[in-house]
Design a protein around this ligand. Structure first.
Ligand SMILES: [Zn+2]
Length: 56
């Protein structure tokens, strides 16, 4: 259960800042991103999972 919870921690894996919601009116996808530009993840309701992107 702890591992499952960790998947939903809304923190950047790099700088540990709280992820911010990106408003997106074009799709229903939920996008959260690191305010420092390290990391981004999109929730895809169809897949019921997050797609993670590590930005450099
Ligand atoms: Zn970050």
């Amino acid at each position: 259960m702890n591992i499952l919870k960790n998947l939903f921690i809304e923190k950047c894996p790099k700088c540990k800042d709280t992820l911010v919601n990106k408003p997106n009116t074009l799709t229903t996808q939920i996008i959260k991103f690191c305010p420092n530009g390290h990391y981004e993840k999109e929730f895809h309701p169809a897949l019921e999972s997050y797609i993670e992107k590590h930005l450099t």
